[in-house]
Ligand binder design. Structure first.
Ligand SMILES: [Zn+2]
Length: 113
């Protein structure tokens, strides 16, 4: 999870921070510097990381599967989004490479014996 401070009047956005505490420090510094210590309409937002996105997508898929069944799942928007994501494509590539390495290893060992 990443944290970002947004200031609406300034339309300003702090860099993404690893902790809520760092984002609050950004907010305090911005309030001092740009608003003379006053409190503008601002907020700290949580930005989900790749794991949180994957878990959220998995929950969406699970909930969708429970409600509508596996047949409709194959055409669902959630599955389409997961398949279109870079993480999914990378996982498929790694799986294909791993399978290729396994096949080559098996063939090499078989030839040696
Ligand atoms: Zn501001």
């Amino acid at each position: 999870m990443r944290y970002v401070h947004y200031c609406e009047p300034c339309d300003a956005r702090s860099p993404e921070r690893a902790t809520d505490h760092e984002a609050k420090a950004d907010r305090a510094a911005h309030r001092r510097r740009a608003h003379h210590g006053l409190r503008p309409t601002d907020r700290i937002e949580e930005i989900p990381g790749p794991v949180a996105i994957a878990v959220s997508a998995a929950w969406t898929i699970f909930g969708h599967a429970v409600r509508s069944g596996a047949r409709r799942l194959a055409t669902s928007e959630a599955v389409r989004q997961v398949r279109a994501s870079a993480y999914w494509q990378q996982a498929v590539r790694l799986l294909a490479i791993s399978a290729g390495v396994l096949v080559l290893g098996t063939v090499a060992v078989h030839k040696m014996l």
